[in-house]
Design a protein around this ligand. Structure first.
Ligand SMILES: CC(C)(COP(=O)(O)OP(=O)(O)OC[C@H]1O[C@@H](n2cnc3c(N)ncnc32)[C@H](O)[C@@H]1OP(=O)(O)O)[C@@H](O)C(=O)NCCC(=O)NCCS
Length: 239
């Protein structure tokens, strides 16, 4: 059986709906252009990713490391163990692990999947707006209402939650998680492996150091050193 046959069989067994046709597309076109996607893990960002697939991807399954979840399903989508990566080598992968308590492990956890860069997907909600002058990396999840303006750079393995705005010339480093309703002003640099809590504003030209955590609803008006947590207005270190 070919890979595409086995993918089709898996979808049939799970009763996976094929992606809905986009505007002006027939269902036949949607079937041709949609690619199978494995989402790792079955966490909050993973299930929110389902809303962002448009007609570009269809969810072949989740991958999770928790034995209790494996072989169950969420919304009718099977949760597999990591071995599914070998079973469906044509499936692309979106890896979105980590939250406020575990985000510093994201680089290690994503690397532990051991897949080539070419397998990582770039998932952008159809209602996000990305400037043609912006750059977006691989294994990136960008949710509804996000606006990324001219010459901004979003690194690899980054998630940006709904309604966040990343302004001109800003840089978001690899492995960073950006919450919802965040404003990252022009010329700002968010380091690698940072966590920017929802509702935060970061002032122009600020530098946020690698592995820093900005708490929910903060106003960042001064540079943030690496590896620390800041909260509040104005944001200050959490002792
Ligand atoms: C910053 C954060 C990680 C701290 O968590 P924590 O280590 O468990 O800290 P605690 O809840 O014990 O709070 C410690 C102190 O910091 C204060 N604090 C915590 N988060 C704060 C925030 N976002 N803004 C202002 N003060 C905050 C608490 O009031 C407390 O102050 P106190 O010691 O004077 O009572 C967490 O509060 C946070 O903001 N997480 C981000 C959540 C988020 O963005 N979620 C979006 C998901 S989409």
């Amino acid at each position: 059986m070919s890979d595409s046959d086995s993918v089709a069989q898996a979808m049939k067994m799970q009763n996976i709906p094929i992606a809905k046709p986009g505007i002006g597309q027939s269902e036949a076109t949607a079937r041709i252009i949609s690619r199978p996607l494995l989402i790792f893990p079955c966490n909050g960002n993973g299930i929110e990713a389902l809303d962002c697939l448009g007609s570009k991807f269809y969810p072949l399954g989740f991958i999770d490391d928790e034995p209790d979840k494996v072989n169950s399903d969420r919304f009718g989508i099977t949760i597999f163990g990591r071995e599914v990566l070998d079973r469906f080598p044509d499936a692309q992968v979106l890896a979105v692990p980590g939250g406020p308590m575990s985000f510093r492990e994201r680089e290690r956890v994503i690397a532990s999947l051991g897949i080539p860069v070419s397998r990582f997907a770039q998932v952008v909600h159809p209602l996000a707006q990305i400037s043609l002058l912006a750059t977006v990396g691989i294994n990136v999840l960008i949710m509804a209402g996000v606006v990324i303006t001219s010459n901004a750079i979003i690194g690899d393995h980054v998630c940006v939650l709904p309604n966040t705005v990343v302004h001109h010339d800003a840089v978001v480093g690899d492995w960073s998680l950006i919450g919802s309703n965040v404003t990252i002003a022009g010329n700002t640099t968010i380091g690698r492996n940072c966590y920017i809590g929802s509702g935060t504003s970061v002032m122009n030209s600020i530098k946020v150091g690698d592995r820093a955590l900005i708490g929910l609803g903060s106003n960042v008006i001064r540079d943030v050193p690496p590896s620390i947590t800041v909260v509040g207005n104005p944001a200050h270190a959490l002792s």
